[in-house]
Ligand binder design. Structure first.
Ligand code: FAD
Length: 415
């Protein structure tokens, strides 16, 4: 039984960064807007983003920014041309929120609190008179004679509008409310959903010895991905060992390529180069110098200058070198094995964590079916999209959040 029949200019489904921005921009244009969120609170994922600090954008230029997205990144060119990082920063400045830029151009609120970003969005929603309905989950978009009529919620409430935006996010971290509802709604209305898979996800490793390295993080390492003998990808940065494998920024960034490689080959390996700044000759000279300067010391003590303490025992075992051996007794063959281990420690990939554990979802509503100038569906008039529900995903560094805000702004500017 239908309980409510209220009419709006547009209805936005989902109050993440994309949906909230859509609603704010549309309301600035004097539209009567209803924003519906299934959770009792708005922006649940935004709150946990950036480890509670929310890396809201990146300070790099548009060319570099687009380069951080997978194939469909070009779709975002117009959104970024209309509403980019400086616009986002001004938008928040207008709500009295200051930001700071950190290493790698990552932009955070000065307070380090994602809650301040959410508060600023809530203030804007209130000031622009957006009607917010939380704790209500949209079940269906109503279409009659190929025309959008409104939405129906799970509690059987019916809201009318000729324009509806799907901003329901992806499939990652479903406990935040993003359970893929928008994909089903879009598919029902004829849209193609590109295969959904994890991006920015941890990687499970077969070798059990790395469990002893759990909690240890490494800076300035390079990772190379191999499928069989073929080199697929290479990345430089920071990584972390976990109880099941590896994670951290450089691993998350390479994970989508790992996932794709596993689809083609069983034999997928990741090589860690602990000393990417050195070449073979320099590393050999460094080892020899350490050996000469420390006669009488055992090899495991020398390695304290080369690797984190917690790694050394298993690392030397991997290289087949006895850690208690005196440096004067290390053979040329053993030195070579140590150098090989430092440059190329091979780990066998078991799997990439499932999409629910990825930071973002790769795949989603096919970008070819959305007009990038307006975010309107090319198939259904009055249907719009914003944010992660679209087939867009980027590396870590604030790019995904900016994409949600930018597509939201364009969507709100046209809905
Ligand atoms: C742990 C973590 C950390 C992250 N950190 C960063 C970071 O620092 N920087 C960055 O750029 N990106 C980060 N991301 C990615 C970023 O948070 C997302 O890309 C972004 O939130 C996507 O915004 P969205 O509005 O499209 O979707 P979401 O934020 O997922 O919002 C969608 C909303 O729609 C609601 N919804 C879903 N279905 C319905 C329905 N049927 N009816 C009503 N409402 C519905 C959901 O409850 C949800 O609130 C992080 C992600 C995670 C998981």
């Amino acid at each position: 039984m239908t309980l409510y029949m209220e009419r709006f200019d547009a209805i936005i489904i989902g109050a993440g960064p994309a949906g909230m921005m859509t609603a704010i921009r549309a309301a600035e244009r004097e539209r009567k807007i209803l924003l519906i969120e299934r959770n009792s609170a708005l922006g649940k994922k935004l709150l946990i983003s950036g480890k509670g600090r929310c890396n809201l954008t990146n300070a790099c230029d548009i060319g570099a920014f687009l380069g951080k997205f997978s194939e469909s990144g070009d779709f975002l060119r117009n959104s970024f041309a209309r509403f980019f990082n400086t616009d986002l920063i001004s938008f928040f400045k207008d709500a009295c929120l200051k930001v700071k830029t950190e290493r790698g151009g990552r932009v955070f609120p000065e307070s380090d609190a994602s809650g301040d970003i959410l508060d600023a969005l809530k203030i804007k929603l209130k000031n622009k008179n957006v009607r917010v309905l939380s704790g209500e989950r949209v079940r269906e978009i109503i279409v009659k004679d190929k025309k959008i009529q409104g939405v129906l919620t799970y509690s059987n409430r019916h809201f009318l509008a000729e324009r509806v935006a799907i901003a329901t996010g992806g499939l990652s971290y479903p406990e935040t409310g993003s359970t893929g509802d928008g994909y089903n709604m879009a598919e029902t209305l004829g849209h193609r959903i590109m295969p959904l898979r994890p991006a920015l996800a941890p990687v499970f490793i077969k070798e059990r010895f790395i469990r002893d390295w759990q909690g240890i993080s490494l800076r300035n390492v390079s990772l190379t991905l191999f499928a069989g003998k073929k080199k697929i990808d290479e990345r430089f940065g920071e990584m972390l060992f976990t109880h099941f494998g590896i994670s951290g920024p450089v691993v998350l960034d390479i994970s989508a390529a790992v996932h794709d490689a596993l689809g083609l080959k069983n034999d997928v390996k990741i090589s860690i180069n602990f000393k990417p700044a050195l070449d073979h000759k320099k590393l050999d000279a460094r080892l020899l110098r350490e050996f000469n300067e420390n006669p009488g010391k055992c090899i495991k003590n020398i390695f304290k200058n080369l690797l984190p303490q917690g790694i050394i025992k298993r690392f030397l075992e991997y290289c087949g070198v006895d850690g208690d051996k005196n440096v004067s007794q290390v053979t040329a063959k053993e030195r070579k094995a140590l150098i090989n281990g430092l440059f190329d420690l091979r780990l066998t990939v078991k799997a990439v964590a499932p999409v629910k554990d990825g930071i973002v979802t790769r795949g989603g509503v096919n970008t070819k079916e959305i007009n990038p100038m307006t975010m309107e569906s090319r198939l259904v008039k009055g249907l719009f999209f914003a944010g992660e529900v679209i087939d867009i995903d980027a590396k870590t560094g604030g790019y995904n959040m900016q994409a949600a805000f930018s597509t939201g702004w364009v969507c709100g500017n046209n809905i």
